[in-house]
Design a protein around this ligand. Structure first.
Ligand SMILES: NC(=O)c1ccc[n+]([C@@H]2O[C@H](COP(=O)([O-])OP(=O)(O)OC[C@H]3O[C@@H](n4cnc5c(N)ncnc54)[C@H](OP(=O)(O)O)[C@@H]3O)[C@@H](O)[C@H]2O)c1
Length: 245
């Protein structure tokens, strides 16, 4: 079995990569990065035969197609694909606390990274997924992207881009369901996880609700293992609880 982790340089994606490599059942692990981290580089040195690193900025479609072409030179089947790319804050952008912080450029960036990147990958992945036995394309979404669950407001761009991710991949699930009904598309909420993304917002999170990346990925892999094609296109939390759109 082969797997692909999109956004593997750090956080949840790095941990998915590590766990897949620890299991001998996954023969080849393809992992994409934008900035190559020392941790991912170290894994590549540790598993030179099994880990293939691919540079991809998900906002550049040509980099996605180049990575797909490289993968196809090495295999024609992927069993699991996990989209772990995400943006909440960086040097130039902070989540909006209020409407007065809305900026068109920032909204565009949130949508490009959190939503459009995932559907661009989906555009090219079906030939690699459809040959597998119960193949899965999972994207890490976020509960704050649930419109039904939104009682606090704020974080306009992040929330809206995750809602868009959910809609885009729900659509993909419908389309693939017609032509490749064995493929599962899943949207997963990881729970608050101790990574760079959540770091500035951890102050009020009780310790038992702040998961390590190890725990998060084990929990998400359990959710993924329990899914069937009937669940394709649905949105689940780390404990398998279905989430409202
Ligand atoms: N941590 C949490 O509490 C939490 C909660 C709910 C949902 N999530 C979601 O979980 C997913 C993983 O987040 P995380 O906590 O692991 O965050 P993280 O540690 O900040 O990692 C973010 C990842 O996104 C990648 N990335 C950002 N922009 C990119 C671009 N343009 N092209 C390619 N890669 C890009 C980064 O790659 P480089 O390092 O190579 O730039 C990095 O691998 C995200 O979708 C996030 O929204 C996290």
């Amino acid at each position: 079995m082969n797997t692909l982790v999109i956004g593997a340089s750090r956080g949840i994606g790095l941990e998915f990569t590590r766990q897949y490599l620890q299991e001998t059942g996954f023969i080849k692990v393809f992992a994409t990065y934008r900035h190559l981290s020392p941790e991912l580089e170290e894994l590549a040195q540790q598993y030179p035969e099994r880990l293939a690193l691919l540079p991809v900025d998900v906002t550049v479609e040509a980099e996605i197609t180049a990575a797909i072409a490289t993968i196809k030179t090495q295999t024609n089947t992927l069993q699991e694909v996990v989209y772990c790319v995400g943006l909440l804050h960086d040097d130039q952008l902070q989540p909006e606390k209020s409407l007065r912080h809305i900026q068109s450029d920032n909204l565009t960036r949130y949508f490009q990274v959190n939503a459009i990147g995932a559907v661009l990958w989906a555009k090219y992945l079906l030939p690699l997924l459809r040959g597998g036995d119960r193949p899965i394309f999972a994207a890490i979404s976020a509960k704050v992207g649930s419109i039904g669950d939104n009682r606090l407001g704020g974080w306009y761009g992040y929330r809206a881009s995750k809602a868009a991710l959910n809609m885009l991949l729900h659509n993909v699930a419908i389309e693939w369901g017609r032509v490749a009904p064995n493929v599962i598309v899943a949207l997963l909420h990881p729970g608050t996880t101790n990574t760079n993304l959540s770091k500035p917002f951890q102050k009020h999170v009780p310790p038992e609700k702040l998961f390590s990346p190890e725990l998060t990925v084990s929990q998400l892999r359990q959710v993924m293992a329990d899914l069937t094609p009937q669940n394709s296109g649905e949105f689940f939390a780390w404990d398998s609880a279905p989430l409202p759109w």
